[in-house]
Ligand binder design. Structure first.
Ligand SMILES: [Zn+2]
Length: 265
């Protein structure tokens, strides 16, 4: 093997993306792990702007699940101020109905601001627990409602609670979704595949730690992947519902989130 052929292999590698998952932004600090203070969120965004221009490490990409009202009231202006866009996955059956979540006017404004909209089920039911008819509602009715109200094709979705199996993924594809965003922490090489891994960011995660996460050599992401595999094993041992309850007790210490425990992830 000559030195010449070695040097040809050292061409610039394709940059991998790391999709980050947020839910709610709050004006002030909160112990609720699914919400992040605006101040901390701003620090995360400043890091992403810096990393996106530096072309090293994982390229950070932003996503939001559930359609919380803070997505437009707090997150969207902060993204716009930095020239960033995100994908917002919306629980269609909550739109305009559930207090604290965006209505159609807000979603249209988000879309007009250049943000991407995807689906997040109809009622936030865990898709692995749905029979065929329920899957139809969760996948098809949600896509149709979003398309009719926003006047655009909806081809991406994220899995409520991150739950999926082969049957669910086949149903997602049959319902017209070309990309399904999961909660499995994993870097993605373009072009975007049928499933897209994501890392769930919690409100107390410091920008210095996120910076390490975005650095492939730090080993942070591979450590998280090992943890996730253990979690999946526990889930299959304990059963999904018991696991989700235990998880909620440990991670979402907020009574008002009780009816929402299934969104664990
Ligand atoms: Zn959710």
């Amino acid at each position: 093997m000559s030195a010449d052929s070695n040097s040809k292999e050292q061409m610039q590698p394709t940059l991998q993306s790391l999709y980050l998952l947020y839910h709610e932004v709050r004006p002030s600090e909160t112990p609720y792990s699914y919400a992040i203070s605006a101040e901390m969120f701003g620090k995360h965004l400043d890091l992403y702007v810096q990393r996106r221009s530096s072309n090293i490490g994982f390229l950070p990409e932003l996503t939001f699940d559930d359609g919380h009202i803070s997505n437009i009231e707090l997150a969207a202006p902060m993204l716009a101020a930095r020239g960033l866009t995100a994908r917002f996955f919306i629980t269609a059956g909550w739109t305009g109905k559930r207090p604290g979540y965006m209505g159609w006017t807000e979603l249209r404004a988000l879309q007009a601001a250049g943000q991407a909209i995807g689906a997040h089920g109809w009622s936030h039911a865990l898709l692995t627990h749905c029979d065929d008819r329920e899957l139809q509602t969760e996948l098809n009715d949600s896509r149709r409602a979003l398309e009719e109200n926003l006047g655009a094709a909806i081809t991406t979705m994220s899995l409520p609670g991150g739950r999926a199996n082969g049957r669910v993924l086949a149903a997602c594809e049959a319902a017209g979704y070309t990309h399904v965003f999961t909660s499995v922490p994993k870097a993605e090489t373009p072009p975007l595949g049928k499933t897209v891994g994501r890392f769930n960011v919690q409100g107390n995660m410091q920008p210095e730690w996120i910076a390490q996460l975005l650095q492939p050599q730090s080993g942070v992401l591979s450590g998280l992947q090992r943890q996730d595999q253990i979690k999946q094993k526990l889930k299959s041992l304990l059963g999904d519902r018991l696991y989700a309850k235990l998880w909620a007790l440990r991670n979402r210490q907020e009574p008002e989130a009780d009816d929402h425990w299934e969104s664990a992830e």
